[in-house]
Ligand binder design. Structure first.
Ligand code: ARG
Length: 461
């Protein structure tokens, strides 16, 4: 039997393989709510414009509400032969209300219908990601405030560089996720145009009111070009691009957690809730959640890549290729959402081991820059000379296998006779971080201020 919805000119039904490659119902059923909302807005507008009778529109709206509850209670029978969510719902509507169902598809096509449904879904998802980013930022900013004065080693090249505070490190991620949140909001704003009424590609001769449907569905305006409306997938690609950046940030933080909670570093304790054991090594506590967050970035970037490649060769307007956007987007966006939730849980429970952090902060000659700065500030040496003098003192410490503050005054004076006892004050890590008061620097005063600024901002939005 040929397809009821479009089979007028067909003598034969599709091959089984054709049905398998063509049907999207197995995944686009996720869009049922958006499809029903879109149809209700559409038919109400058709009635308002006297394109269908009020009576038919009422029947259609009631039928759609019945279908919604059938789907939500698990009673709805999805059929592959009916290809996608749009035709599954319309076919059921015909069973429920008879011939009036056939009027719903006036002045629209599945092309503008799917574009509308998917936009609504992506929009909701962006709103969820916005909230989730806010929760993660909150957890990080709270940790930052608590540990504003706890020192830890700051790294470059993963080599001890200068002491920083744990709070400062947490706030670096708040900045990153704050930018991600800004990108989510920008993407939402840009995508909030309604394709409904673009019909197949050229618009329609019916006197529809696209502003009315746009408004009913919470869009800012109808999209201005019907060809673009049905063939644009920027909105989901942009969502995946922002998700990819978030995934990259999450992965960097996850990587740090993996390193930090190793026995060799011992910088943080991860809660049992976000760790697992080993089936053979009883002593193990593995940071699986962090590892999986790190790994999720791969599939999220993969979704972005898949959609970019899928779209790049498509002539205007709609092509069936575009049906492939959904599984990728569902997977990529669900992955970033799960990764955000897992990271938020880990951060909330994360306990920095302040003693170990402090000890590590002082190792690796991390206050060498403070020594050089002192030579500049107090003795008036040019920075380049101070750098050289400090380098020679570090060499003594390396040679003797001791930390910088254990080098004796006499040994330092052998390198630069003007050095006094005062030098030992700047060699402590606490003094070092306290002195970094330049805007954006790691001093506890700065960190506390920045953490509070963020917490205040997060309470607003
Ligand atoms: N299932 C299709 C999709 O996801 C709906 C649009 C089909 N349009 C068409 N002209 N065959 O893209």
């Amino acid at each position: 039997m040929s397809n009821r919805m479009w089979g007028g000119r067909f003598a034969e039904g599709p091959d089984a393989i054709m049905e398998e490659i063509n049907a999207s119902i197995d995944f686009d059923r996720k869009l049922y709510k958006q499809d029903i909302d879109g149809s209700k807005a559409h038919v109400r507008m058709l009635a308002e414009k006297d394109i269908v009778t009020r009576d038919d529109a009422d029947k259609i709206v009631q039928g759609l509400d019945t279908i919604l509850s059938e789907i939500e209670s698990g009673k709805f029978k999805f059929s592959r032969a009916l290809e996608d969510i749009h035709m599954n719902i319309e076919a059921r509507l015909a069973e429920l209300i008879g011939p009036a169902a056939g009027r719903l598809h006036t002045a629209r096509s599945r092309n503008d219908q799917v574009a509308t449904d998917f936009r609504l879904w992506v929009r909701d998802t962006l709103d969820t990601l916005d909230d989730q980013l806010g929760e993660l930022m909150q957890a990080l900013a709270e940790k930052a405030e608590t540990h504003a004065a706890d020192v830890m080693p700051g790294f470059t090249h993963l080599q001890s560089a200068q002491p920083v505070t744990f709070g400062h490190h947490m706030l670096a991620y708040v900045e990153m996720f704050g930018r991600d949140r800004g990108r989510v909001r920008d993407a939402r704003k840009r995508m909030n145009e309604c394709p409904l009424g673009a019909a197949a590609l050229a618009g329609t001769s019916f006197p529809i009111d696209r502003h009315m449907t746009a408004k009913a569905l919470g869009f800012d305006r109808p999209s201005a070009n019907s060809l673009d409306a049905v063939s644009d997938r920027d909105f989901v690609i942009e969502a995946l691009a922002t998700a990819s950046l978030t995934a990259m940030h999450l992965s960097r933080l996850a990587e740090e957690i993996v390193i930090w909670c190793s026995a060799q570093f011992g910088f943080v304790k991860l809660s049992d809730k976000f760790s697992t054991g080993s089936s053979i090594m009883p002593q193990k506590k593995n940071p699986d959640a962090a590892e999986l967050v790190r790994a999720k970035s791969g599939r999220i970037y993969g979704s972005l890549q898949a959609l970019l490649v899928m779209m790049k060769g498509l002539p205007l307007a709609y092509s069936k290729d575009m049906q492939e956007d959904k599984e990728q987007a569902f997977d990529g966006l669900a992955s970033v959402s799960l990764a955000l939730a897992a990271m938020t849980g880990m951060i909330r429970d994360l306990e920095p081991v302040t003693k170990a952090l402090k000890k590590a902060a002082g190792s690796g000659y991390s206050t060498a820059t403070d020594l050089a700065d002192w030579l500049v500030r107090v003795l008036g040496l040019p920075f380049r000379d101070a750098h050289h003098v400090t380098g020679r003192i570090v060499a003594i410490a390396v040679e003797k296998g001791i930390e910088l503050h254990k080098v004796s005054l006499e040994e330092m004076q052998a390198v630069e006779p003007k050095i006094t006892n005062e030098i030992f004050q700047v060699l402590s890590v606490d003094k070092s971080v306290r002195s970094r008061t330049s805007y954006g620097g790691t001093s506890p005063v700065n960190v506390r201020k920045q953490a509070r600024r963020w917490l205040k901002e997060l309470a607003k939005a």
